[in-house]
Each structure stands twice: as structure tokens, then as C-alpha cells.
Write a protein that binds this ligand. Structure first.
Ligand code: FAD
Length: 304
């Protein structure tokens, strides 16, 4: 039967390719100024899951929560080897902080079916909190291993995983199901496979199909557009190219726990900090001079 892996992937703005004005005047991110990419460590999470499937059998399902444009990351994952892709999209989820995001994602994981491993990247390069993985584990009520830095070993219902401690590593063993967060050092993500790319570049979610139909038939009635969209969805489903799409009702989310209402974190202000050098101070390499320097750094709160 193998192991059923669910990988949480996020589409993020490419913070390395900044063009134009990246922040809006209200402090929100100007996403139009930044190309969207697959969050780098989520590629490592996907690779880990694909290796589990290759070694032990099973399935790999990818889930993303985001706007319809996030389907690009889902298609990418299908081209690299994922078996199933799920888009969770709903305007009522807008403004969700990490706690609300974790509520939505954990509902989606439960809703998609049974699972043995939930695999996340360690951290997203835009939000940068590294909170979503651990919060999902808590909400799913399963153990977690964070900072996984190598392939995992599985035996019956037990996992053995090596986690990075910064100055060393530890080997953990525990029962399934489990949630892992994976670092960029864990593996080298495989590229898209050419044959899969030819197939899955045509994969679409229902919301993308609705938009394509509306563009192709601008003068048609709503009824005709709906009929055309349903027909297209059926064709794609038959060809294994329909990206599953859930809204918050489908996954049974609690509306007190989503969107701005369910988000206890508020972004007060976003500030760009430019670090500049301001001269240097020479310290003699004597015990006394170094002790004086350390005291000075503690006093001005540079270290504490
Ligand atoms: C008050 C507030 C309002 C916000 N409003 C918005 C908003 O309107 N729109 C918006 O886009 N963001 C918004 N955000 C940011 C949003 O909360 C975070 O992007 C999101 O919770 C993920 O946090 P992170 O980026 O720190 O991910 P991390 O915790 O660093 O991510 C760790 C891992 O979790 C998984 N993961 C994280 N997010 C997702 C996802 N969406 N889908 C699948 N897997 C995921 C990935 O595997 C990822 O590698 C808001 C944040 C706050 C605090």
C-alpha cells in the first residue's frame, strides 16, 4: 500500500528578483512587482515525498492555499511527479495570518483523505515565520519533526528522521502519521520531467476554466458559459488533468478561525532597514580589552 504523503506548497513572490516598487503605501506587498515562484524549501519537501514514494510506494498529493494563480505551483508539482493537486481558494480566507492559514490547511489535509506524512517546507521566503508547519501539526493532533535535513527511513508505521540542530543533528524515531518540515539541505529537487510537462501543462482548476471560458465567449449568456465550463471540467477530469478545488465550506473550516477575524496577528508597519557601516573600533587582543568591549556591547544592547 505504501505511504500517503501530503505536501503543503506555497507560491511566493520571488524576493530575489525585485522590480519596481515592492511595498504599497498601505504596507501590503505589491505582488505585481515580484514574479511568483514555488517556495524553494517546498521543492525540497516535494522531493522528499517523491523519494518516499519511489522507495516505499504510496501517493503524493500537493495542496496549496491561495488565489487561482497559485495553480502554477500545482502544475509545476504535477510535472515533477505529484499524483494529485488541490487548490484551496476562497475570498473569505483573505487576510489570514499563520494561525488562520494553518486552520485552513489542516482542514484541507483532513478533507482530502487519509494520510501518513504531511510534508512542509521549513519556511516560506515571503512570510518567513516557519510557523505554519508546526501549527498544522498541532491542529491535526499529530507529532512533528522540524528542520529535517536528509531522506527519512520508514518501517511499518515508524519513521526515523534526522533534524538539524544548527550545531549538530539528532535522529528521531516515532509513529505515523507525522508532520515534517524540510530544509533546503535535505536534497536536490528534481526538475520537471519532459513527458509529464507535456501532459500536465494542460491541467486546470475549475476557477481557471471559468475564466478561460469567459474570455473565449465574451458575448455568451451566463448559462452557456456555465455549460461550456462544466463540459471542459468533465473532459479534463476524464483525462486526469483536473486540479481539485475546495472552498472553505467544502473543507469544513470554522469561520471564526479564518480571514482577518480569525487572525490575532496584525501588521502594524513594514519598514525597510538598510544596514550601513559607521566606522570601526580597534580592540587590542588582550583579556581586559575584550572584556571591556563585551561590556560595551551589552550596555548598548547590541548583544544581550
Ligand atoms: C495580519 C496578517 C494578514 C495577512 N494577510 C494576508 C493576505 O491577505 N494575503 C496573503 O497572501 N498573505 C497574508 N498574510 C501572510 C500569511 O499569513 C502568510 O503568508 C501565511 O500564513 C504563511 O506564513 P509564512 O509565509 O510565514 O509561512 P511559513 O510558516 O514560513 O511556511 C512554512 C511552510 O508552510 C507551508 N505553507 C505556508 N503557507 C502555505 C500556503 N498558503 N499554502 C500551502 N502551504 C503553505 C509551506 O510548506 C511552507 O514552506 C497575512 C499575515 C498577517 C500576519
Amino acid at each position: 500500500m505504501g505511504y500517503r504523503c501530503v505536501v503543503l506548497i506555497k507560491q511566493v513572490p520571488d524576493t530575489k528578483k525585485v522590480t519596481g516598487k515592492t511595498m504599497n503605501d498601505d504596507g501590503t506587498v505589491n505582488r505585481a512587482a515580484l514574479p511568483a515562484i514555488f517556495n524553494p524549501e517546498d521543492l525540497n519537501a516535494l522531493e522528499l515525498a517523491l523519494r518516499v514514494r519511489a522507495q516505499y510506494g504510496g501517493t503524493v498529493t500537493v495542496i496549496t492555499m491561495g488565489p487561482p494563480g497559485a495553480c502554477e505551483a500545482l502544475r509545476d508539482a504535477l510535472c515533477r511527479g505529484a499524483d494529485r493537486a488541490i487548490l484551496v481558494t476562497d475570498r473569505r480566507g483573505a487576510g489570514s495570518d499563520t494561525l488562520a492559514t494553518s486552520h485552513i490547511l489542516s482542514c484541507a489535509v483532513k478533507h482530502q483523505g487519509q494520510y501518513d506524512l504531511v510534508v512542509c517546507g521549513r519556511q516560506a521566503i515571503d512570510g518567513d515565520t516557519a510557523q505554519v508547519g508546526p501549527q498544522c501539526a498541532e491542529k491535526l493532533g499529530i507529532p512533528q519533526v522540524t528542520y529535517v535535513e536528509a531522506d527519512v527511513q520508514l518501517n511499518n508505521r515508524t519513521i526515523r528522521a534526522r533534524r538539524n540542530l544548527g550545531n549538530g543533528w539528532e535522529l528521531l524515531e516515532g509513529p505515523l502519521p507525522v508532520l515534517l518540515t524540510v530544509t533546503g539541505e535535505a536534497n536536490t529537487p528534481r526538475p520537471q520531467a519532459a513527458r509529464r510537462t507535456m501532459k500536465y501543462k494542460r491541467a486546470r482548476s475549475p476557477i481557471e476554466i471559468e475564466r478561460e471560458v469567459a474570455e473565449a465567449m465574451p458575448d455568451a449568456s451566463d448559462e452557456d458559459k456555465l455549460k461550456a465550463a462544466v463540459k471542459r471540467c468533465d473532459e479534463l477530469k476524464a483525462a486526469g488533468l483536473l486540479i481539485d478545488q475546495f472552498n472553505l465550506d467544502d473543507i469544513g473550516a470554522d469561520f471564526d478561525w479564518v480571514g482577518l477575524r480569525g487572525s490575532p496577528t496584525w501588521v502594524n508597519r513594514v519598514q525597510t532597514i538598510v544596514l550601513t557601516g559607521s566606522g570601526y573600533k580597534k580592540v587590542e587582543s588582550t583579556e581586559a580589552a575584550i572584556t571591556a568591549m563585551v561590556h560595551e556591547l551589552i550596555e548598548d544592547h547590541t548583544i544581550g
